[in-house]
Design a protein around this ligand. Structure first.
Ligand code: SF4
Ligand code: SF4
Length: 400
């Protein structure tokens, strides 16, 4: 039976870990406050207030990991976003968020620096459009599919889902991930033709129909074999794992989604396991001693509890000194669409992280989440001295 907002014990354990509550101190910004409002608000009569409340959550999952009642508040907020979509109209939340982003000079400046011609190549359905604050106007009925190159190996042992950011804006991540995979398996992983966006942004915006359509496209794209599916983006990995939940009411597709989800292999987990299986394998020494901070994406830290593998890898590389932030891992404030809907709060959350990074003074920051990479880089752009920010695959490929 689906849990109800009224099951919240109001104990407040979630407020201690909620990045939004920590940034604002407002009760309505905590899971407890939001559940209380959901319990008492009639969404049919309060769609604007409802949209605002729902857009003030990162869906980071920290409250779920701390909840004394074992509740899943982010799942309730996603349900409520779907409800809002039904009541207030198609794409209502996404439209509101995009409008807000278009009025934000900082976000528009970011888009400009990325280069318009490059962004024009982004498929209309790419969640990256929303993350960067690009309008969704002109979305065609048929998904604009990603046409990837033919596989370079005759007998691949791994399939590979790179995600929109690596495919359209940072292809070096694809090259690096292929090199790492080939170093351990002897083969270049297969990227099927016609993969699409993972659908995270669509589902977070309450657009279940688009999220399901994109999920079906990906499930079909990988259905020609049963290879493990390597994923180099933490956010995409988290969303791909959610596919069975997307088809709760559709037994046929739920079954296909379950068979798809069990094949997923997160990048750092793959590398850490491969290193254990080949004890003689060594990454090259880092040329000079460098201090590195691993940034935990919430999508790995709270959604799949993946925190040790990247640290195990980095500790095993001579010349790298792994440092932790004084207050432990911190959310960066990106949260899929959150930084577009709530730029001021997202900025406050990121500033807290930047402050912790400043105290740690790393030479290098590494992570595996496309959203975190974009958001942290944007924040550091304003700092006089900037540590490098690199995807873990790129860092490791340079040390092969
Ligand atoms: S999912 Fe994250 S941001 Fe949202 S209420 Fe929970 S802890 Fe706060
Ligand atoms: S930790 Fe769980 S039960 Fe306690 S206030 Fe937060 S959501 Fe409610």
């Amino acid at each position: 039976m689906t849990e109800q907002p009224s099951q919240c014990a109001k104990c407040g354990a979630c407020t201690v870990v909620c990045p939004v509550f920590q940034a604002t101190g407002r009760e309505s910004h905590s899971a407890r406050g939001r559940l209380h409002l959901l319990e008492h608000l009639d969404p049919a009569r309060a769609s604007t207030a409802f949209a605002e409340i729902l857009s003030q959550c990162l869906l980071c999952g920290a409250c779920r990991s701390a909840c004394s009642r074992g509740l899943d508040p982010p799942a309730r907020f996603i349900d409520a976003r779907k409800q809002l979509e039904k009541i207030a109209g198609h794409h209502v939340l996404l439209r509101a968020i995009t409008q807000k982003a278009l009025g934000n000079p900082t976000l528009l400046a970011t888009i400009t620096t990325l280069g318009l011609p490059l962004l024009e190549l982004l498929p209309a359905d790419s969640g990256l459009r929303l993350r960067l604050g690009l309008p969704r106007e002109g979305i065609s009925a048929d998904p604009a599919l990603v046409e990837m190159s033919e596989n370079e190996s005759a007998a691949p042992v791994l399939a590979f889902f790179p995600g929109c950011y690596a495919t359209h804006l940072h292809t070096k991540i694809i090259t690096a991930t292929k090199q790492i995979a080939a170093a351990f398996t002897g083969d270049v992983p297969l990227i099927p033709k016609q993969i699409s966006c993972c659908g995270l942004a669509a589902e977070n915006g309450g657009d279940t129909a688009t999220a399901q359509r994109l999920a079906k496209q990906n499930i079909m794209a990988f259905s020609e074999n049963t290879l493990p599916i390597l994923t180099s983006c933490a956010s995409c990995y988290s969303q791909l794992r959610r596919y069975p939940q997307l088809f709760e009411d559709d037994p046929e597709w739920r079954d296909k989604a379950e068979r798809f989800a069990v094949r997923l292999v997160e990048f750092s987990t793959f590398v850490a396991q491969a290193m254990k299986a080949e004890p003689t394998f060594r990454f090259a020494d880092s040329a000079a001693m460098r201090t590195v901070v691993y940034h935990d994406p919430c999508h790995l830290r709270f959604h799949s509890q993946t925190t040790s593998p990247p640290r195990d890898i980095l500790r095993a590389i001579p010349g790298l000194r792994l440092a932790e932030l004084p207050d432990g891992p911190q959310c960066c404030g990106q949260g899929g669409l959150f930084h577009l809907a709530q730029p001021e709060i997202a900025g406050k959350i990121r500033n807290r992280l930047l402050n912790q990074l400043e105290q740690t003074a790393p030479d290098l920051i590494t992570t595996t989440c496309s959203g975190c990479l974009i958001h942290i880089r944007q924040g550091l752009d304003r700092e006089p001295t900037q540590p490098e920010v690199r995807h873990l695959a790129i860092l490791l490929a340079e040390l092969l």
